[in-house]
Design a protein around this ligand. Sequence first.
Ligand code: GTP
Ligand code: MG
Length: 573
Amino acid sequence: MRKRLENLTRRRSLPRDVVSPDLARDLARLSFDSGRQIGVMIGRDGAVEMVLVGDSRSLYIPDLPKSRAGRWRLRGLRFVHTHLREEPLTQDDLMDLVFLRLDCIAVIRVDLHGGAKDLEVAHILPASRQTQVAWRILPPTPCAEPTLHFLEFVQSLEEELERERRSVAAEKAKDRAILVSVTTEEREVAEASLAELKELACSAGISVADSIVQRQRQANPKYLIGKGKLSEIIVRALQCGVDLLIFDQDLNPSQIRSITDTTELRVIDRTQLILDIFAQRAHSREGKLQVEIAQLKYLLPRLGVKDDALSRLRGGIGVRGPGETKLEINRRRIKDRIAHLEKQLQQVRKNRSQRRAKRLRQTLPILSIVGYTNAGKSTLLNTLTHSRVWAEDQLFATLDPTTRRLRFPRDMEVIVTDTVGFIRNLPQNLLDAFAATLEELNDADLLLHVVDLSNPHYEDHMASVAEILEKLGLDRKPTVLVFNKMDKVDSDTLARALQRYEAVAVSAIDRTTLWPLLEVLQNKVENFFLPEDAEASEHLTVSESPSETVTVMDVKANRLSTRLRVSWAGKDL
Ligand SMILES: Nc1nc2c(ncn2[C@@H]2O[C@H](COP(=O)(O)OP(=O)(O)OP(=O)(O)O)[C@@H](O)[C@H]2O)c(=O)[nH]1
Ligand SMILES: [Mg+2]
């Protein structure tokens, strides 16, 4: 028996046959004699690369050598095996096809006399031809008269996959990902959370190819996700040319490892995605330090015993945060680095409080725009920026700014800052890093809390923002509530919202809607900073344009924390 099996390794099929008729016949016979399933892995050149022996009903395929370049390629191996008693392809066979990204899987159905009855072949299906399932089973053909030209077939299949990949890759050269949510929550809750993950991914510069939800009654601690879903993911990834999976749920290190091992895709979870976003957005020295500390702390418990754990965990998007070289250091060195960064952080903080003291001496009121992610904060700031042009045009047409300044020796100036969006469920260990990206808020005199009124969950978002502000010790700051995107809600909703909350409604994409807001801001700032100053009031009352509200905004472009300088002459004084 052993000898007969060994002989199989020297067999060759023509590249054009899935399996040569002789080999099929011999496999069937051997299988029949031994009462076991027998299989061979055949390379593209037709050579048998591996012989596998199972029991009468199943056959286990061990780890295969790493696949050829490119995760979207097929493996370059076809698996041909026998089924006794004319049993057709099974679900397990199809799973093997998908998990191993085989060129194809074929079963030789052995008849009751040990003959090779026929050959059943299944292959992965490209997305463009996608139906409900990710594979196709071809009608059985007699082993003795193969009809399929296998090599041509598999080459065209691969070309098709490659074309798909290229068309999506060309779409944008950025990271593409599939989002995955494994949850015991209600579908609606899971989908809202996934929608948010998508926004997070987008703001991290990742394009989302697809999202997959698995609702389950009980979690599967090993993979977190069921095997069937995992195979769906592998096929979708193959079809979409995706090599990154982002899980909405936090994964523990061994889950990351087993999912990575099974799918050969990069795997990150929500926390790591948020960390990556912070890493992108932290501009200040303190912010950068905080984010790197958070990244390293996230990494530390995930350093497994396996030496390749680091390269897997480098999974993140691009090469942000702790770079590759940094990640090659061991656990000890990471701890040292954290200690070192923490020391630096203390130093920076000391400097910052000195800086702040200096700024306070300049007494420029600072307005900071805060709000849930995607509320429209940056848009609001930008639109204010455009209205600057408009306002200036007006200004030049009617007034001489230089003269005006002379007349108003204490005219008001404010700085407006945009901030990173707030997010629900912010893990506690990220709060420091998040707080650092929001450090400017400590200096804010007035917060503009922007809310996307068109989002059905806007009240939840308001609550999340309030909660985070409280955690950051910012809940006592005077705040103006701004209901944005009023163009997207009907008048009833708007009226009801304004009844319930003291807020100003705007549409940040439409600068003409901003005036009521400017009015409110102006009054607030004046109330905070002017009343006790009699001298200023005197000057202002002699103004020659008492009824005119002039807004001059001067943007010192600095992307995320664009600063907007607003000066105006008060009309109500
Ligand atoms: N229809 C409508 N869309 C708006 C309005 N304001 C903002 N948007 C859109 O909402 C989306 C998010 O706006 P952003 O300004 O990026 O939101 P953000 O709060 O800065 O988001 P993060 O920085 O990610 O927290 C963009 O697509 C805007 O075009 C509005 O008043 N009406
Ligand atoms: Mg923004």
